[in-house]
Design a protein around this ligand. Structure first.
Ligand code: A3P
Length: 297
């Protein structure tokens, strides 16, 4: 396996994120009161939620799209990457992202409300009591399958081995702190500037969730706007997005959004693998929490 996660302050991060970088990232970036964040553990539905938010906000509050006529939700700056671009010119991933993402100077020039997304755990999140944060989480078994697809097919990782090898590595590394990520955000589930939802719930109760997100953001959801969101954030439509098809760092013939379903793990994880995730989640997050918030048992 090529990925060697870096342990910084109790969390595992991709190898290019160092402790110094994290410190800078948490201190340099100051959110404005009007900023909006989508936050998540990777592979939990970040882009789906970001696109919903983008359309809600774009239609109602932005006088012009984020980055020109043909802007899409992918023009939402990612705070993790933004910090990387800000602090590092020499890293190869930073260099590559620099060419594709909005450069730092443009970040401060973005019209309010600025939209960001990040995978930072709560602990490192750039915080401001007036900034609004949407957190999406997903069944950990589907997350590991989705993560394998991503890591084995994106251009940054040449060989991460078979699924079984990756799975072993993933669980040996405490699911890259997935439990701690979820727990950290749930401690703030009643904060007025936090809205937490699951990928599964978004699938099952799409209209209700879009409605709730709109009221959280203070946006009136007209039937017309809802119809637009339903159409534009439909899985097939998003999959056809030019960015997804051409530029999402994926190898030829593979997709950044391969399935978009609930329960993919059932045909991918062995009984033992499924039980291993149960065990990790039971011991780290507890039975009551799982029963109440995680729909996979
Ligand atoms: P799969 O790998 O299971 O297909 P993230 O955006 O956090 O990287 O999450 C990616 C996952 O969200 C992928 O899951 C992807 O297919 C799914 N996804 C993206 N857009 C979606 C949509 N419009 N509807 C349902 N799932 C979507």
């Amino acid at each position: 396996t090529i990925i060697r996660p870096n342990l910084c302050k109790g969390f595992l991060f991709p190898p290019f994120l160092t402790e110094e970088w994290l410190e800078q990232a948490s201190s340099i970036f100051k959110p404005r009161d009007t900023d909006l964040f989508v936050t998540s553990f990777p592979k939990s539905g970040t882009h789906w939620l970001s696109h919903i938010e983008y359309l809600l906000v774009c239609k109602e509050k932005l006088s012009k799209p984020l980055a020109g006529e043909n802007a899409t939700f992918f023009d939402i700056p990612q705070v993790d990457e933004l910090q990387l671009v800000e602090t590092e010119g020499s890293l190869s991933k930073g260099e590559q992202l620099k060419k594709l993402r909005i450069p730092k100077a443009m970040i401060s020039a973005l019209p309010d409300p600025r939209l960001f997304y990040t995978h930072f755990p709560y602990k490192f999140l750039p915080k401001n009591p007036a900034t609004k944060y949407l957190y999406i989480y997903r069944n950990p078994k589907d997350v590991v399958v989705s993560m394998y697809n991503h890591l084995s097919n994106d251009v940054f990782h040449s060989d991460i081995g078979t699924f079984d090898e990756f799975f072993q590595f993933y669980v040996e590394n405490n699911c890259f702190n997935h439990c701690e990520h979820i727990k950290g955000y749930f401690e703030h589930k009643d904060d007025p500037n936090f809205f937490i939802l699951s990928y599964e719930d978004l699938h099952k109760n799409f209209k209700m969730k879009v409605d709730e997100i709109a009221s959280f953001l203070g946006i009136e959801l007209t039937e017309e706007l809802y119809q637009l969101i339903a159409k534009e954030t439909n899985f097939e439509t998003m999959r056809e997005n030019e960015f997804i098809k051409g530029k999402a760092f994926m190898k030829e013939g593979t997709s950044f959004f391969p399935k978009g379903k609930v329960g993919t793990w059932k045909s991918s994880l062995s009984k033992e693998q499924s039980e291993k995730i149960d065990e990790i989640f039971l011991s780290n997050i507890g039975k009551d929490f799982i029963k109440k918030y995680i729909t996979y048992f």
